[in-house]
Design a binder for this molecule. Sequence first.
Ligand code: SF4
Length: 426
Amino acid sequence: MLENFTKIQKKQKVCLINLGCKVNQYEIDGILNTLQGEYEIITKLGKAEIFIVNTCAVTQEAERKSRQIISKILKQNIDAKIYMCGCATEHNSEQFLKTPQVQCVIGTFGKGKIKENFGKTGNLTQEISKEYEDNLLATNVRTRGYVKIQDGCNNFCSYCIIPYLRGRSRSRALESIVKEAKILSKNCKEIVITGINISDYKIDGKLALIEVLFALKNLPTRVRLGSLEANVITEEFLEKAKSIENFCPHFHLSLQSGSDKVLKEMNRHYTTKDYYEKVSLIRQFFPFSGITTDVIVGYPTETDDDFENTLTFVEKVSFSAVHFFIYSSREGTRASKLPQLNGSVKKQREEKLKIVAQNCKKKYLEKLLSKNIEVLVEQKVGKYFIGFSREYVKCFLTSKRDLTGKIVKAKVGKIFEDGIFVEEIV
Ligand code: SF4
């Protein structure tokens, strides 16, 4: 048995499969680093001996996909040894362990040590620590890299399963964040600050997200913030952010609903008036900033009037982009116990919001016409180079030279596809 185990360890091919959010992506990139050199690693489903699957449970659909990936693996690798981790394994480990090839499930805590579980079997989920688990470095990436600064959440929004799966909010030491960001800045042109609820990042018990931006202000990379909660936006925060040259003026400010009644029932801690004041404050300091958001349509208690309020409010804010999601009941959340709306009502509302969102985006892009912006070019598709501006607007441009991975100055020409066509300023 031991000699088999040693043989596997040395010459094995490991396939890493990730589902879900940016935090999961960061963690699987970190796991890759722990295996580098000792294993041959692939990150697309293929032939391998060992599989590590980082699962998601944010919706029923995400959890179904986490199960489904096992049969996809077994189609090509009937003798695979599968190690499952992540939110779906924390939510319900048994759903995976009934497949013989699934060696063990690890949950959301302990991913940095997954290699040490090779050869072990069963349910290895453990109690989630109150301390930040600082044993991953996701530095093996190009162009845009993620730095995780926080985990868990204390908000318990009534539709969200995450606090039950990732534990209480806990923050990473600032020095450790800076160390990783410095390594990343050697290969990357942009660093994205990520976490489950980065707005709750604390130092000595005090909200301190701005300290992270300050600590990274001298890096030769752009720095972008991941999804934010409205509470973090203050005059002081924006004043300080304005003084930081490498800060990207893009605020993904999660809204979820434009109805005060529904916000209360969702256990969201702001009103539309509070939210609008934060947006106005942002525009005071960053007039052309990208302000994007998430909206849930079809929350169980959402009436037609509530939804009309959401449409009106989204129009009033005039976001640069709106990500909208049909409410999906998550067993274990408070909202899942409420009578649910029927699917066609939710679908109709999604269609209506889509139109309002498109109009908002068009209005915002029109404001950028003829402006000079800075684009981080990520790839070439057909004849176009594609990248994102600091405001997180998708940009298309053409050039005779290879611009991939480069930051270029450009002038906004026209609205194009789902973004803008820009001309490089040489
Ligand atoms: S803030 Fe709300 S939606 Fe976001 S992870 Fe926490 S509970 Fe979930």
